[in-house]
Design a protein around this ligand. Structure first.
Ligand code: COS
Length: 380
């Protein structure tokens, strides 16, 4: 067991830190206030290799391990959780599934541009009536010989209007329930594909979230991923990795808020001394630091298991559940340490507090993670 990052992982951390401070920090408050997607910054993340970090270099990826991915996600999320979720969706929810289960033709056509970040992707599983209960897909794909005709609506789609390539889940055989769900690759611009309204969100306001409508959308047969009926299994496998990405995002939100609170506590004077000299603040800092470290260890463990090719379903659920609860708690305390200054935008911590909330909800709520963990315990 080795608790040190390798030289390569440290270099990834330093590059992500430098990029975040130099290119994400300026304008992050304005992007949040006005709900502006960080388009130029996401393109730069592609140029720097953050959009397809774990993809094989033969498909234009970085060929890196999952610890490097967690480390980069933490650094980027400290500064801009909206840019980070775009990165997480592309790496974990789109590139990974395509690389693992796509045909070579699909990888050549779709994975290569996604991994180099010249375009980015979206993952379309949630529906108005299928969030936590993801098996209840109402989107229907009817076999028409050389293509499928797809009708339905998807909800809460991250990168909904900015993506170029979409992984879409739909029922090809409703009688088989979840075993009748299939997965497809859809290109933006195809007839019958409409981007719906943009969501006006509490947090991650720079992230581009939309509903999508499919009306007689034609998907060529060669764009199905795996066999008919493979879709739900694929979605669950993909979400194992996605949850690790969101765990790392939550970790970054928490550690970003902690670092700000720590620095502020050394500068702010009350009753004749820096507030860091008051025990009430010291105890908060101690708890924040300890809980963040524990969240980081859970993230690294899940990443380690993934890279070993071992089962990490429960480990990634634990990492996400714990890190997201820590993010919420830590950001609330960071606002408290800042006092009145914490309640205004200029000091960043109120944004991090709003951003933290989504990590307890998307890619499986905290309650869903408890289901995943407890089922795993009871199966053993
Ligand atoms: N990897 C591979 N397969 C998995 C899996 C995983 N991590 N988790 C479940 N499955 C498989 C099961 O093995 C089962 O397959 P079989 O029917 O072939 O045996 C199938 O999926 C259905 O599993 P289960 O019976 O446990 O389904 P449930 O409806 O009870 O729900 C949960 C399972 C709750 C884990 C699932 O619905 C879930 O993760 N929901 C949340 C979805 C989500 O994250 N939504 C957010 C959208 S993305 S922002």
């Amino acid at each position: 067991m080795d608790f040190e990052l390798t030289e390569e992982q440290q270099a990834v951390r330093d590059a992500a830190r430098e990029f975040s401070r130099n290119q994400l920090l300026p304008g992050v408050i304005e992007r949040d206030t006005q709900a502006i997607f960080p388009e130029e910054q996401v393109r730069e993340m592609g140029r720097l290799g953050f959009m397809g970090m774990m993809v094989d270099p033969k498909y234009n990826g970085g060929g890196m391990d999952s610890i490097s991915y967690v480390v980069a996600m933490e650094e980027i999320s400290k500064i801009d959780a909206s840019a980070a979720v775009c990165m997480s969706v592309n790496n974990s929810l789109v590139c990974w599934g395509l690389e693992k289960y796509g045909t070579d033709a699909q990888k050549q056509k779709y994975l290569k541009p996604l991994a180099m970040g010249s375009v980015h992707g979206a993952f379309c599983l949630s529906e108005p009536e299928a969030g936590s209960d993801a098996t209840s897909q109402k989107t229907i794909a009817v076999d028409k010989g050389d293509h499928y005709l797809v009708n339905g609506t998807k909800n809460w789609i991250t990168n909904g209007s900015t993506a170029s390539i979409y992984l879409v889940f739909a029922q090809t055989d409703p009688a088989k329930l979840h075993k009748g769900i299939s997965a497809f690759i859809v290109e933006k611009g195809w007839g019958g594909f409409t981007v719906g309204k943009k969501e006006d969100k509490l947090g991650i306001r720079g992230s581009d979230t939309h509903s999508l409508m499919f009306t007689d959308l034609k998907i060529p047969k060669e764009n199905r991923i795996g066999e008919e009926g493979f879709g739900f299994h694929l979605a669950m496998k993909i979400l194992d990795g996605g949850r690790l990405g969101i765990a790392a995002q939550a970790l970054g939100i928490a550690s970003g808020a902690y670092e700000l609170a720590l620095a502020y506590s050394k500068e702010r004077i009350t009753f004749g001394k820096p507030i860091s000299q008051h025990q009430a603040i010291q105890f908060k800092l101690a708890d924040m630091c300890m809980e963040i470290e524990a969240a980081r260890m859970l993230c690294y463990k899940a990443a380690f298991l993934k890279d070993q090719g071992r089962d990490y379903t429960s480990a990634s659920a634990m990492a996400k559940l714990f890190a997201s609860e820590v993010a919420m708690k830590t950001t609330i305390e960071a606002v408290q340490i800042h006092g009145g200054y914490g309640y205004v935008k200029e000091y960043h911590v109120e944004r991090l507090m709003r951003d933290a909330k989504i990590t307890q909800i998307y890619e499986g709520t905290s309650e869903i993670q408890r289901i995943v963990i407890s089922r795993s315990i009871l199966r053993q």
